[in-house]
Write a protein that binds this ligand. Structure first.
Ligand SMILES: Cc1cc2nc3c(=O)[nH]c(=O)nc-3n(C[C@H](O)[C@H](O)[C@H](O)COP(=O)(O)OP(=O)(O)OC[C@H]3O[C@@H](n4cnc5c(N)ncnc54)[C@H](O)[C@@H]3O)c2cc1C
Length: 377
């Protein structure tokens, strides 16, 4: 009798910290809110830490830039979800994790101990190639600063903008930026620097050709090269030419968060290595999902689609860890449908080796994106 009572107290008092309000974490909050409504288990010492009370859905941001959505259309109020889940919301940024001593350090100076930690802090934009350049740099992440810099850029438009990054994010951004400039009759030159591997290199060849012709029709110059800053100038590596751009938007793909480097966690290229349950391989009280983690699974990718899919498993497994129950593996799907918006109301779709371009695909994308946001209202 006394053993089960002490167990109950232990479970009741478990300190759970949710770090970052990324896609998968939203499912954790939602799941714990449902459990709380149904009184499925006792209250916990539950905390959410995020730099902002609002999470922006990256899939809709190109649509915001292109003028199809208001900013509010792609916002999720994470402080509301924290309250529903019975969590204390702390608006702060984590700068250090000591996984052996189960302690996190925040920018404000606060240190917090935990029993269970769920990390969904996404990735960062790698700016190491651009230190000291004279152009104005606008990295896509953190999204809050990107939005701020973009609105300043539009208020006083530069003569030339270059978008760096030949992936899906770079494609959507460059098309959206051009659509925005055309809408406002701003005559700014737009360039898309796609890197050495060429544009959309992870997509089928046919889709790459279609994307190239769409971008050229939008009057965007494609540069197949990699840009870096040397002697304070942005240079194109292969040609050696100066990249003539007053503003450089950086969407060069994910890079691992610096604050994880001295955490003691097992990392792969700086990302948290997790098993099929999304539990850290080195520290079993930590789970992680989305861009911040690394999985050795055949079909797993670092993208919003897989972050969303992992969410319900992350939530269930965190609950199972609390209740000492068995965990459920998340098996990444073989293929995912990718819908890339093309600035105006059109989209490119890819599924396996197939690809399509149509305006109704934009409507489909918009319907899926809006449904996702609605599910967190
Ligand atoms: C323009 C663009 C469009 C895209 N469109 C799509 C798309 O349509 N479909 C798709 O699948 N993928 C898309 N992606 C990729 C997608 O954005 C990422 O793969 C996805 O956002 C990763 O989700 P996440 O939950 O891991 O992290 P994020 O969505 O980045 O969320 C991380 C959260 O953690 C917080 N955080 C960060 N650091 C800290 C810290 N130190 N302490 C506390 N909190 C922190 C952040 O503020 C944020 O709230 C796009 C990318 C770009 C650039």
């Amino acid at each position: 009798m006394s053993i089960s009572f002490s167990l109950l107290v232990e479970i009741k008092m478990a300190r759970i910290v949710l770090l970052g309000a990324g896609h998968a974490q939203l499912y954790v909050l939602k799941h714990f809110a449902e459990c709380r409504n149904k009184k499925l288990f006792n209250e916990h010492d539950f905390t959410l830490i995020s730099p902002s009370s609002v999470q922006y859905y990256s899939g809709m941001l190109p649509g915001v830039i292109a003028g199809h959505y208001a900013l509010g259309d792609c916002q999720i109020d994470v402080s509301v979800w924290a309250e529903r889940a019975g969590a204390v919301f702390i608006q702060d940024t984590v700068i250090h994790l000591d996984a052996d001593n189960k302690c996190i350090q925040m920018l404000s100076g606060i240190a917090l101990h935990y029993d269970f930690l769920s990390i969904c802090t996404g990735s960062e934009t790698d700016l190491s190639d651009f230190n000291g350049g004279s152009s104005v740099l606008i990295p896509f992440k953190p999204i809050e600063s990107f939005l701020h810099s973009w609105s300043r850029c539009i208020a006083s438009p530069p003569k030339s903008i270059a978008v760096l990054g030949g992936g899906a994010g770079g494609f959507e951004l460059v098309c959206a930026i051009q659509a925005c400039l055309q809408q406002h009759s701003i005559e700014t030159q737009v360039k898309w620097v796609v890197g050495n591997r060429g544009l959309l290199s992870d997509f089928p060849k046919g889709l790459q050709k279609k994307a190239a012709s769409l971008v050229s029709r939008l009057n965007i110059q494609i540069i197949q090269d990699r840009a870096t800053v040397k002697q304070n100038k942005p240079l194109l590596n292969k040609s050696g030419h100066v990249l003539d751009a007053e503003v450089i938007v950086v969407a060069t793909g994910p890079s691992s968060p610096k604050w994880l480097q001295c955490s003691g966690l097992q990392l792969s290229s700086g990302y948290i290595v997790v098993d099929e349950y999304h539990r850290s391989l080195s520290h079993s009280s930590i789970v992680a999902a989305g861009d911040v983690c690394h999985r050795n699974a055949a079909h797993w990718k670092r993208s919003g689609v897989y972050a969303v899919r992992a969410g319900p498993y992350l939530a269930k497994n965190l609950e199972a860890m609390l209740l000492n129950q068995s965990l459920q593996p998340y098996l990444p799907q073989k293929r995912a449908l990718y819908l890339l918006s093309c600035g105006r109301k059109g989209a490119l779709a890819s599924w396996g080796r197939g690809y399509w371009h149509a305006s109704w695909l934009w409507k489909l994308k918009s319907w899926i994106d809006r449904a996702y946001i609605r599910s967190f209202r």
